[in-house]
Design a protein around this ligand. Structure first.
Ligand code: SF4
Ligand code: SF4
Length: 104
């Protein structure tokens, strides 16, 4: 599993670096994020959810039935959109109410 960070979109806020539980993300000399150890990413998706500009894509590999798809998230208040981009250009969005999903 791994992520891809679009340096053109990155605004250097450092939130992805701060939230990654494996300390896998760093900022370069231009304050743009990059993943130092892509093979160590275990796909917790925390960095996706923190990025304010949707600069991070998570690869959905064949082991997850993704076959080359990529995923990112968009926060809309209490709602969180999981947006999946397919290799053929198709897009699917799954919206989760975070207040409901965090109920125990
Ligand atoms: S998905 Fe999780 S483990 Fe992987 S880089 Fe992002 S925060 Fe780190
Ligand atoms: S959270 Fe997004 S904008 Fe902020 S440093 Fe990471 S990739 Fe860049």
């Amino acid at each position: 599993m791994s992520i891809e960070i679009n340096k053109q979109k990155c605004v250097g806020c450092g939130k992805c670096r701060d939230v990654c539980p494996g300390t896998l993300i760093a900022l370069d000399e231009n304050k743009r994020a990059y993943i130092k150890y892509p093979r160590d990413c275990w796909g917790c998706t925390s960095c996706l959810k923190e990025c304010p500009v949707q600069a991070i894509r998570f690869y959905l590999g064949a082991d997850m039935g993704g076959t080359g798809s990529r995923m990112h998230t968009l926060k809309r208040g209490e709602l969180l959109d999981w947006i999946i981009e397919f290799p053929d250009g198709g897009i699917t969005t799954v919206t989760v109410d975070t207040k409901e999903s965090n109920k125990y």
